[in-house]
Design a protein. Structure first.
Length: 108
């Protein structure tokens, strides 16, 4: 996995945490896309003359499962954000602001 646009500060988000953050975000996207596709299929499967109870039950099941999975992913994201904030606090308490150097390409 390439790490474009990541922070170059040492101690902020180790490689595994960046990967975990990206995977959690991708999981949320995949989950929402899958649930959306499934709900579209359910709408197309509903019989015009039927009472719709089976479809309603399936929608309820999908919603319940999706809410649980999303809650788990959000917990991961919250944990990673907490780690990031702790690292920022450590860095700001441990030393003053670092001088900003120009990008290597711009120095040429």
């Amino acid at each position: 996995m390439t790490r474009s646009g990541t922070c170059s500060e040492p101690g902020i988000f180790a490689g595994s945490e960046i990967t975990e953050l990206c995977e959690a975000i991708k999981d949320i996207h995949r989950l929402l896309a899958s649930v959306g596709d499934f709900l579209v299929e359910l709408d197309g499967a509903e019989a015009p003359g039927g009472n719709g109870l089976q479809v309603d039950f399936k929608r309820w099941g999908v919603r319940t499962i999706a809410e649980d999975l999303l809650a788990r992913q959000y917990e991961k994201l919250d944990r990673i954000v907490a780690i990031y904030r702790q690292e920022q606090e450590k860095m700001s308490e441990g030393r003053g602001p670092r001088p900003v150097e120009g990008h290597p390409v711009l120095r040429q």
